[in-house]
Write a protein that binds this ligand. Structure first.
Ligand code: BES
Ligand code: MN
Ligand code: ZN
Length: 500
């Protein structure tokens, strides 16, 4: 969808629908709403007076007019003014755009009078754009029957108040970059595993690297062998697809600046291996590369936004299958770090490939390491489907990530990583074991990862819950969520601001 910003008055825009935004309890119409009300012969005032529209959060009422340039007026509610949040704006815009699409509207225009609202001006704009773009997302490349029904809203025109034009235009441009990156991540995650192999994921990374200051290098099996990445190779051994270690670097920062390493789990399919998963819902394990997809998307957004940061993205990519050479429970692997791992459960494969990628990240002497992984079912049991788990060693970074989570609505909650948890991953015959059983599974998973990050400040995000949603949730339609792309971009933008 194209988003344009226009000066002038809403009623003059050539479009199919006018979107008008209201807070609860607004008795008198003002600005563009009053203008359009007058031109429509009082339709809006009528419907408000009759109680047909109360501006409850995400309430949408459609009015049809014969006298206006646009045939439709969509009234959108944001709830009580003093309780307004960006999240409510995102949800309301997702809802109204979905309804407009449902009634085959191709073009809509909205007036955003920012002074009316109690959320910061920039946030109003970004939340509206995020809600609209993300709410309209759908994954349809494989639909061949009834494609003509799949019409999209093609254009949204925003008409700001006269003083806000420049602010709105800039914010729209930035938010569009971020929302498009989220949709890119959603596309990668939604793609079926036969069309999203490690090689294809690596191709996608090369696509990201077409941008200025972005470069991509892909380590192949031979190089992994030479580097002693036997944990990653071990997981890949059961599959015919060659594994890839994707290295995507963005050098937007000062020369010589230590990078932030973003490490994303890239299991393009996780069958569990010999410790095979039940058949039910195994299809969802095509999403086990959501962490890797997020890394690609964050680097894409950072480059498009020209953020002055240095990022190294590392995505170990492989399938976890049960071919004749597959890992077996009880096998011992010597990892890239030199530490040995006893594989008690081949379904705890994410931590194996991440072990090698994390210790490889240390060669960049990063200022911080953040890993993102659909690591454990236990994290979903603990926090539910909508919240990511956060564990790590650096309090400052955790605080900054919490703030970014609050701002973006991509929820995270910290789990503890106390000393005694580390006892649980000691192996009888090797340094560590890759599974400590069910109890505290999200934490023992993180404890395992912590062994491979050296002394670098490190935070782990377990996104097994929110990476994929089984029901429509406003601006996160059923399917891949693209989490935590907005959260990480916000974190990076805040970090840049702090350094100034
Ligand atoms: N990819 C899964 C975790 C997962 C589960 C992601 C549900 C999304 C939804 C991971 O590789 C896995 O299988 N983890 C095991 C670890 C256990 C064997 C220690 C798990 O959570 O059961
Ligand atoms: Mn697994
Ligand atoms: Zn997995």
């Amino acid at each position: 969808m194209k988003i344009t910003v226009k000066k002038g008055s809403l009623a003059d825009v050539k479009t199919e629908a006018f979107i008008l935004v209201f807070c609860e309890g607004e008795k008198t119409l003002s600005g563009p709403a009053a203008d359009i009300d007058r031109k429509s012969g009082g339709l809006i005032a009528d419907i408000i007076k009759s109680g047909g529209f109360e501006a409850k959060p995400s309430q949408v009422t459609m009015i049809y007019s014969r006298t206006l340039a646009a045939k439709r007026i969509a009234l959108v509610g944001l709830g009580k003014k003093n309780e307004l949040t960006p999240e409510k704006i995102r949800r309301a815009f997702a809802k109204v755009m979905q309804e407009l699409r449902g009634s085959k509207v191709r073009k809509a225009a909205v007036s955003l009078d920012l002074s009316l609202l109690n959320v910061r001006k920039e946030k109003v704009v970004s939340a509206a754009v995020e809600g609209a773009v993300l709410g309209l997302y759908r994954y349809s490349p494989y639909k061949t029957v009834g494609r003509e029904e799949l019409q999209d809203v093609q254009e949204m025109t925003i008409v700001p108040g006269p003083k806000d034009y420049a602010l709105v235009r800039d914010e729209v441009q930035k938010t569009k970059i971020i929302a498009d990156a989220v949709c890119f991540a959603r596309d990668l995650v939604s793609a079926p595993a036969n069309e999203m192999t490690p090689s294809i994921l690596a191709e996608q990374a090369r696509g990201v690297a077409k941008r200025k200051n972005v470069s991509c290098r892909v380590l192949e099996k031979g190089q992994m062998k030479a580097l002693g990445m036997n944990a990653l190779l071990g997981v890949a051994a059961g599959s015919d697809q060659p594994p890839k270690l994707i290295v995507l670097e963005y050098t937007g920062g000062k020369k010589g600046e230590a990078p932030i390493a973003l490490v994303g789990k890239g299991l393009t399919f996780d069958s569990g291996g010999i410790s095979i998963k039940p058949a039910e819902k195994m299809d969802e394990m095509k999403t086990d590369m959501a962490g890797g997809a997020a890394v690609l998307a964050v680097i894409r957004a950072a480059a498009d936004l020209k953020l002055p940061v240095h990022l190294v993205g590392l995505v170990p990519a492989t399938e976890n299958l049960s071919g004749g050479s597959a890992l077996k429970p009880g096998d011992v692997l010597k990892s890239h770090s030199g530490r040995t791992i006893e594989v008690l459960n081949t379904d705890a494969e994410g931590r194996l490939i991440l072990a090698d990628a994390l210790s490889y990240a240390c060669r960049y002497k990063p200022s911080a390491i953040i890993d993102i992984a659909t690591l454990t079912g236990a994290c979903v049991v603990a926090l539910g489907e909508e919240v990511a788990g956060m564990l790590g060693t650096d309090d400052r970074m955790k605080k900054a990530l919490r703030e970014a989570a609050d701002a973006t609505g991509e929820l995270i909650w910290e789990l503890p990583l106390w000393d005694h948890y580390h006892e649980l991953i000691k192996s009888d015959i090797a340094d560590y074991k890759n599974s400590a059983g069910r109890l505290g599974g999200a934490i023992t998973g993180a404890a395992f990862l912590s062994k491979f990050v050296g002394e670098y400040p490190w935070v782990h995000l377990d996104i097994a819950g929110p990476a994929w949603t089984t029901k429509d949730r406003g601006y996160i339609p059923k399917g891949a969520s693209g989490i935590p792309v907005r959260l990480l971009v916000e974190f990076l933008r805040n970090r840049v601001q702090e350094k100034k």
